[in-house]
Design a protein around this ligand. Structure first.
Ligand SMILES: C[S@@+](CC[C@H](N)C(=O)[O-])C[C@H]1O[C@@H](n2cnc3c(N)ncnc32)[C@H](O)[C@@H]1O
Length: 368
């Protein structure tokens, strides 16, 4: 027997041609990845239940706690709560030492309602309508989504933008520190599909005397009106209700145009059209921001971006994966220059690109 054989138990005659791959026949891969996916469904609902019951907020309020007092506080079954808390320990959201449960830093930051980067409200809305997941095979068979969120914009986007505001405001604020908005007074901002307007708000809070036009659909824009007023910025913002493909936009009047998490639901053609609108709206030297969750160009090295792409495909009429190459291609084709990518907070990427100041660099002659 050859000493260097990786499978010394195999005879020389057990070649792939005769018996198949030794790996498959004698040393099968573990089934763990399949179990991980199966348990993914349960894991998701375990977290939803813990949030719905207020487990993290209760531990924050009570301090480290055994299950008994915690169950009394929440008025739930102690046996059942202990199972749930143990599952949260398995996810790394709680620690358990000598039967006392306490929050991990992850839970403090992301899962407590008042955490500094709370995602507590996002967990329930982020996957989109659950029926779309049950019918995913049909969607892929037919190419048609059962309940696209485009049909229920107010019902879907209202809770979504409520939930994403803290994260996007943090991303936008960090981006502003990188781009030096504080040193650039009087910026004129156009925020398309603004939600609660985290991107416009971050510019206004950093750049003195800046102003913004904030757009969103009827029913959603009220949330922006409320949030802008709450932050004391109402006198610097105008609201432009309507579809961002149709609303009137002044030509060459803006220093910053924001497309914040809107392209991945729009598809290639409509995103290109939005970028052309952004280009026309910018003054020469102005900057477009495209914030989104992008996939790598090979669609296999960034599982978060790839899976976010499928989430869009499953839930929207036209959306899907956005690769870095696709987006930089749009930007170049539209005539933008100085294209760079910034990751102001983990997993939140923003393409930043400028409308050139010299008309001769425009790809077509009619955009100036
Ligand atoms: C994922 S949210 C992003 C919100 C915000 N820009 C951010 O980055 O947090 C998408 C937003 O685009 C808005 N939207 C979707 N389609 C739109 C359209 N055709 N015209 C205007 N707004 C639209 C939604 O109502 C929602 O507020």
């Amino acid at each position: 027997m050859a000493t260097d054989s990786p499978y010394p138990e195999l005879k020389k005659s057990h070649t792939m041609a005769h018996r198949g791959r030794p790996w498959r026949d004698y040393k099968p891969p573990p089934s763990g990845p399949v179990w991980a996916v199966i348990q993914g469904v349960g894991s998701y609902w375990m977290l939803v239940a813990a949030l719905e019951l207020g487990v993290f907020d209760a531990i924050e309020r009570l301090g480290p706690s055994p299950v008994g007092p915690l169950a009394d506080d929440l008025s739930v079954s102690a046996v059942h709560l202990q199972h749930l808390c143990d599952a949260m320990v398995s996810f790394g959201f709680l620690d358990q030492v000598d039967e006392v449960y306490e929050l991990t830093e992850t839970a403090e930051r992301y899962l407590c309602t008042n955490g500094p980067a709370s995602m507590a409200a996002l967990v329930r809305v982020a996957p989109g309508p659950l029926a779309n997941w049950e019918h995913l095979a049909d969607t892929i068979r037919t190419g048609v989504v059962t309940q696209p969120i485009d049909d229920i914009p107010e019902a879907f986007y209202g809770p979504l933008v409520q939930a994403t505001f803290p994260t996007q405001l943090r991303a936008a604020t960090r981006l502003g520190l990188r781009l030096g908005w504080a040193r650039r007074p009087g910026l004129r901002v156009l925020d398309l599909g603004a939600g609660r307007a985290p991107w416009a708000i971050a510019v206004l809070e950093q750049s003195p005397d800046s102003t913004a036009v904030v757009n969103d659909l009827p029913g959603v824009i009220d949330l922006a009106v409320h949030t802008v007023a709450e932050r004391g910025l109402a006198d610097r913002v105008r609201f432009r209700e309507g579809d961002f493909h149709d609303i009137e936009i002044e030509a060459g009047e803006y220093d910053v145009v924001v497309l914040g998490h809107i392209c991945r639901t729009e598809g290639d053609e409509r995103s290109r059209s939005l970028l052309a609108r952004a280009f026309a709206a910018l003054a020469p030297g102005g900057t477009v921001l495209i914030a989104d969750y992008f996939a790598d160009n090979d669609r296999k090295f960034n599982p978060f971006g790839v899976q976010m792409g499928l989430t869009m495909l499953a839930n929207t009429a036209r959306g899907g994966m956005l690769t870095n190459a696709q987006v930089t291609g749009w930007l170049r084709d539209t005539g933008f220059a100085g294209i760079r990518m910034i990751e102001p907070i983990g997993f939140n990427f923003v393409y930043v690109a400028d409308r050139p100041t010299t008309p001769s660099t425009f790809p077509t002659g009619d955009r100036a």
